[in-house]
Design a protein around this ligand. Structure first.
Ligand SMILES: [Zn+2]
Length: 464
């Protein structure tokens, strides 16, 4: 089937131009103004609309076990909500259990997605231990298209690995071309502070935030980048949340190091002060890691995005219902499952509070939500742009559509929204995934299980 999207304004990371888009099957064939419609073409009118490359959320946790429970969105409900918000690709995290093979985790996560994923998905591998054979295991993962690994400097005795493990993983990527992603917080120091807080009877949700200083994040970011520098490889810091941590990335980039970092909408738009205003146990809705920071950090993160010291905005979508899951930590903040929902609202929030507010350009908006993650994670130019040869993942974006974010109307399977009542201008009107119309006027009309696993390329090229 040949589809012709006419009269739209194409927005890529580089430019904005009036252009028609010709799609044959799953692929974009041609992009330029005035493509003539032929009788066999199905014509779609996009007058007054922007055409954006489908959003790429490089950090999600669907159907993920954590602290005795499981994140409330599975691959079906999570990717459906993502699609409605204009995201056509996610990269989720498989978790290697300690003492097990990464291969087993990959099989487990493929099964979680099978028959459910509504959009295309890749997988990162979380490494929890790395015996000698684990290095070959990493190479095997790269051959399966798992071109990135995440290691934790936080959560001692659960996910945290020592510096030797991190360094060996970094060194291995100089051979296999994968990218190491770091959860950078000094978990050992934080653990001491947490124990002291609990001993003083400080059990409320706010103490989750107060026991994780920004300096503990900055120290770990510094250490991660230093180890990557010694190993001579790039590194990517996930969910960077504070000015202190950003300074470390900027300093490294100023020296020409291939250090990359992402932040998330919650760190750009919500603050510790907002959490402090929450009555009772409500603050548990904002218990995630790193935590919300004092509000003076917010403009610094926007500035980091503008100046390319931060390259990507992802969501770290990891929803837990307030009523029965967050409640596990009613008497002890350390028992609150860590994570918050956001997979559906990333483009709406970034467009409104970034583009409409004059903080970033429309092209930069496309870059940080689609093009940069495609490049960094080995999916470009199949994903992340509107150009001949690329997958026809296209969002028909109505820049004037008014929308109020609310748990009452959202599609994520979770009973609250971190952005309840936020009013935004700009929303996805239609969404095409590989040429198929999967969202029309806010309604998902695609099928579950249509999403495909993406074999991502090592050495994505963002640093070459
Ligand atoms: Zn995460």
């Amino acid at each position: 089937m040949t589809l012709l999207i006419k009269n739209g304004t194409v927005v890529t990371a580089e430019r904005t131009f009036a252009g028609d888009v010709l799609i044959e099957g799953e692929t974009i064939r041609d992009v330029h103004p005035g493509i003539a419609a032929e009788p066999a073409h199905q014509v779609f009118d996009a007058s007054g609309m922007l055409l954006l490359p489908g959003g790429i959320d490089a950090h999600t946790h669907l159907d993920m076990p954590f602290g005795g429970t499981t994140s409330s969105d599975d691959f079906e409900t999570g990717t459906r909500a993502a699609a409605i918000g204009g995201t056509t690709t996610i990269v989720d995290f498989a978790i290697q259990g300690r003492g097990t093979k990464m291969r087993d985790a990959l099989d487990t996560w493929w099964k979680k997605a099978e028959g459910k994923a509504c959009i295309d998905y890749g997988l990162h591998m979380i490494v929890t231990d790395l015996p000698e054979a684990g290095l070959e295991d990493m190479d095997g993962m790269v051959r399966e298209g798992v071109a990135s690994f995440k290691l934790f400097m936080a959560y001692p005795n659960v996910l945290m690995v020592d510096d030797a493990t991190i360094f060996r993983a970094l060194q291995q990527t100089s051979k296999n071309g994968a990218l190491i992603c770091m959860h950078a917080e000094n978990g050992s120091v934080i653990d001491v502070i947490v124990r002291q807080a609990l001993a003083q009877g400080k059990t409320a949700p706010i103490h989750h935030a107060l026991t994780r200083p920004t300096t503990a994040e900055a120290e770990a970011v510094h250490r991660a980048i230093a180890m990557a520098e010694i190993a001579g490889v790039p590194v990517y810091i996930v969910h960077l949340s504070s000015e202190d941590a950003l300074n470390q990335v900027r300093e490294a980039r100023d020296r020409g190091l291939p250090a990359f970092a992402e932040t998330c909408p919650q760190y750009l738009l919500l603050s510790l002060e907002d959490m402090q205003r929450m009555p009772g146990f409500e603050g548990a809705k904002y218990v995630f890691t790193p935590p919300l920071r004092e509000k003076q950090n917010l403009p610094k993160l926007w500035d980091g995005l503008k100046k390319d010291n931060l390259q990507v905005v992802s969501t770290d979508h990891c929803p837990f219902c307030f009523e029965d899951q967050k409640a596990l930590g009613k008497d002890d903040f350390t028992k609150i499952p860590n994570g918050g929902p956001g997979i559906e609202n990333r483009l709406q929030l970034l467009h409104h509070y970034g583009v409409n507010a004059g903080k970033i350009t429309l092209n930069r908006f496309v870059e940080i939500t689609s093009t940069a993650p495609a490049r960094i994670f080995g999916m470009w130019p199949k994903k992340g742009t509107i150009a001949p040869g690329s997958d026809a993942d296209i969002v028909v974006w109505d820049p004037k559509a008014e929308h109020t974010i609310s748990a009452k109307t959202h599609h994520m399977r979770v009973d609250y929204s971190m952005f309840e009542g936020f009013r935004v201008s700009g929303n996805a009107r239609q969404v095409f995934s590989r040429g198929e119309l999967i969202v029309d006027q806010g309604r998902f009309i695609g099928g579950a299980g249509r999403g495909r696993y993406l074999r991502r390329a090592a050495r994505g090229g963002a640093w070459s």
